[in-house]
Design a protein around this ligand. Structure first.
Ligand code: DWN
Ligand code: SAH
Ligand code: ZN
Length: 411
């Protein structure tokens, strides 16, 4: 007799119920050099479940962290002007509201190229970024930002507390959801946060993902999809409390959560309001998640039907933005170079390479106009406004944008 153990919740150990299967998938940020041996490409099974105990939505399989966050991690946060403005405003808000005492100290998890910390540095406030991807850390260091190349976990946090003292703020954007081992992270937070300190983090919001069918927010790096309810339970488990939430428009809809030690701060009314909204929507109910999975399958059919028709009509189609998200779409839908000739992207580290799994060639943004295609598939739909403002000549030449969020549509 063979027995397979169903994966247990990474937070509370209760059983997981799978509701979405996105199939065999590559590492979303592992772009191949043209001479790479495709047989060596790493694949895993991308499926999502929700915990029948604490409601946390999470991947059924964990990809080893060293495979994803390497020296050559290609994503540079400063590549979008909208995101640069977002993080400048975020830093100013933290400086004004939380970093006002004597000699304040801020730690950022996943600081990447220093897009947020550079403003903290300019304000002369003590800071430390922690990021395991050495290449982006070097870019931050070149700006004068202090960075430790490491995975944040309990041991790292204890070292930081011993060397730099306790932090008034620990901040993380689009990083906490990348870390399966939250028990170690929370023991680390307990060690490094000052008694009255706060942990502020922002990540894609399950409520927006379900509402907009933005299933491409699910890939190897995004291990968790948070809600106020699952975050409140998580915080409580480790002696913290959810004291504020704020919905953010970036990356297609996120929530910024503020945690303090239990009892240290009075929760803002926004917390109860978002919890009530989630309950009203049934966001933790199996039926809601199953209906989302049905819409995901429908989105694949619609996108494939559109791209196949355009190919059969002899139209030229390219994609815009070699996002990590698009690895899920291209590999789940089966979008190869027969349907999309190439992807344009401004990131030098992605150009001249092939996208993971689907092997679409990546070319510089200048290739977009040589000549303009008939259709452009917006892989970076979350940056639609910024990209369309940059490319007015495309629509002027008669070109059409295609999106798949919230539904497959020619714009
Ligand atoms: O959570 C994560 C987010 C913050 O960043 C990481 N796990 C990985 C990454 O996800 P992504 O690759 O899906 O993020 P973006 O921000 O949607 O990626 C945009 C891509 O499009 C980048 O490769 C840059 C490119 N781009 C472009 O070519 N022209 C972006 C803009 C704004 C442009 O004008
Ligand atoms: N904060 C930036 C970067 C997000 S990309 C932004 O919002 O744009 C995710 C980042 O988290 C990557 O730079 C990756 O190297 C980093 N990361 C992954 N695991 C981590 C961990 N355990 N501790 C700290 N950083 C981590
Ligand atoms: Zn659980």
């Amino acid at each position: 007799m063979t027995s397979t153990t169903a994966p247990a919740c990474r937070v509370c150990g209760a059983s997981l119920r799978e509701f979405l299967d996105l199939g065999r998938q590559p590492l979303s940020d592992a772009f191949l050099t043209p001479d790479a041996d495709p047989s060596e490409e790493f694949f895993f099974h991308l499926a999502v479940g929700h915990c029948t105990g604490c409601t946390m939505v999470q991947l059924m399989e964990e990809v080893p962290r060293e495979k994803m966050f390497r020296e050559d991690y290609p994503y540079h946060s400063s590549g979008s002007s909208v995101m640069r403005a977002h993080f400048t405003a975020t830093a100013r808000g933290l400086l004004d509201r939380e970093l006002t005492g004597e000699d304040p100290f801020l730690v950022e998890l996943g600081c990447n190229d220093g897009v947020m910390l550079d403003t903290v540095r300019q304000a002369g406030v003590r800071h430390l970024g922690v990021d395991p991807s050495a290449g982006v850390g070097d870019v931050a260091r070149a700006k004068g930002v202090r960075v430790r190349t490491a995975f944040f976990e309990e041991a790292t946090a204890r070292e930081i507390a011993a060397e730099d003292g306790r932090a008034d703020v620990v901040y993380a954007a689009n990083t906490l959801c990348h870390i399966p081992y939250l028990d170690s992270v929370f023991r680390g937070l307990d060690a490094v946060l000052a008694p009255g300190g706060v942990f502020v983090f922002e990540d894609p919001y399950l409520g927006d993902i379900v509402e907009r069918t933005s299933y491409d927010q699910i890939y190897d790096e995004h291990f968790y999809l948070f809600t106020a309810r699952s975050v409140a339970a998580l915080a409580e488990r480790f002696g913290f409390e959810l004291v504020d939430v704020e919905r953010l428009p970036v990356h297609g809809g996120e929530v910024r959560y503020t945690l303090a030690r239990a009892g240290a701060r009075t929760p803002a009314p926004a917390v109860a309001a978002l919890l009530a909204e989630e309950a009203e929507r049934g966001l933790a109910e199996p039926e809601t998640l199953d209906a989302f999975a049905t819409r995901v399958a429908r989105s694949r059919e619609d996108l494939l039907a559109l791209l196949t028709r355009l190919r059969d009509e002899g139209r030229t189609v390219v994609a815009y933005g070699a996002t990590a998200k698009s690895a899920t779409v291209a590999n789940y839908c089966g979008i190869g170079p027969d349907l999309v000739s190439f992807v344009c992207d401004t990131t030098p580290a992605k150009q001249g390479r092939l996208t993971p799994g689907a092997h679409l060639p990546v070319r510089p943004a200048t290739a977009f106009a040589e000549p303009h295609p008939d259709y452009a598939l917006l892989f970076a739909w979350n940056h639609a406004e910024e990209i369309m403002a940059k490319e007015p000549a495309f629509t002027a030449s008669g070109g059409h944008w295609i999106t798949y969020v919230p539904e497959v549509r020619v714009l």
